[in-house]
Write a protein that binds this ligand. Structure first.
Ligand code: NAD
Length: 270
């Protein structure tokens, strides 16, 4: 677990459901909960919040044992529309309280993220959500929230993997008490055949995916790998019995090519 800036605990390793087909989501999330995941990351955009809610309800797990994150899609930005979008997400999830609500992208050309954040602050003040954060925010966007609003985001969920290590952004987060959460932590599989990662997998008798997830944890990141394959769902959680050395981390640092899978947050305004 990691402690957020408001004292709430969040699992350091969760399960992401981007691109999990809606009709398969309940089954895959059930698999993840049975494997031991206690944090699920969805979004309105993924069209599978209902499946997440079904799996949570069917699991029989007490509500406070699973940490649920969803995100506001870009077309919902604005004060009133954010409050309405939150209610709609909660209806689909079948929950009355959320653990973490994120603004999915800043979409700077809209220039609505400050008033959108104020709506998240209202949901937080009303006790509808235990923590609020953002996703894909750059330091300039975070600085505006810090200067113009009352609550510092608890989390910034950003693209982060060995090919895009985000050192500057992580430094900014550390300075301001914001937790770094890595999306596409495995670079959607693209870094798993890298010789450095493969060699470390051999050294620790772990798989390349486990080495990359361990690297995130050793950096202090929260991670949310996705898989629909039961054996990989379990494999990705089995990373708590080893740790990389400073030399291993220095080797992985050389893989930082600064290459993105997703769009540039400063230019993405869809
Ligand atoms: P990921 O890096 O988690 O990669 C998932 C893919 O890696 C799988 O589809 C599979 O092909 C492969 N894989 C997974 N486990 C493996 C294993 N053990 N061995 C070999 N291959 C394996 O990519 P992702 O799904 O894009 O990101 C994870 C989560 O991050 C998403 O599900 C979503 O919740 C979140 N996300 C958020 C944003 C955002 O804008 N906030 C964007 C993308 C993803």
């Amino acid at each position: 677990m990691i402690t957020l800036n408001n004292g709430v605990s969040m699992p350091r390793l969760g399960f992401g459901v981007y691109q999990v087909p809606p009709e398969q989501t309940a089954e895959v999330v059930t698999e993840a909960l049975e494997a031991g995941y206690r944090s699920i990351d969805t979004a309105k955009l993924y069209r599978n919040e209902r499946g997440v809610g079904e799996a949570l309800a069917a699991s029989g797990l007490p509500r406070d044992e699973v940490f649920v994150t969803t995100k506001l899609w870009n077309d919902g930005q604005g004060y009133d529309s954010t409050l309405a979008a939150f209610d709609a997400s909660m209806e689909r999830l079948g929950l009355d309280r959320l653990d973490l609500y994120l603004i999915h992208w800043p979409t700077p050309a809209r220039d609505l993220y400050v008033e959108t954040w104020k709506a998240l602050e209202k949901l937080y003040a009303d006790g509808r959500v235990r923590a609020i954060g953002v996703s894909n925010f750059q330091p300039a966007h975070l600085s505006r929230l810090i200067e113009e609003c009352g609550v510092v985001p608890a989390v910034n969920q950003v693209e982060l993997h060995p090919a895009l290590q985000q050192a500057e952004l992580r430094g900014f987060h550390a300075e301001h008490g914001i937790v770094t959460e890595a999306w596409s932590p495995l670079a959607q599989g693209a870094v798993l055949d890298d010789p450095v990662i493969v060699a470390l997998a051999g050294k620790y008798d772990k798989t390349p995916a486990q080495v990359v997830l361990r690297w995130h944890l050793d950096l202090g990141n929260v991670v949310i790998p996705k898989s629909v394959t039961p054996s990989r769902i379990r494999e990705n959680l089995d990373v708590f019995d080893f740790a990389l050395t400073a030399e291993d981390i220095a080797e992985i640092a050389k893989l930082d090519a600064g290459t993105r899978i997703g769009p540039d947050p400063d230019a993405f305004n869809r």
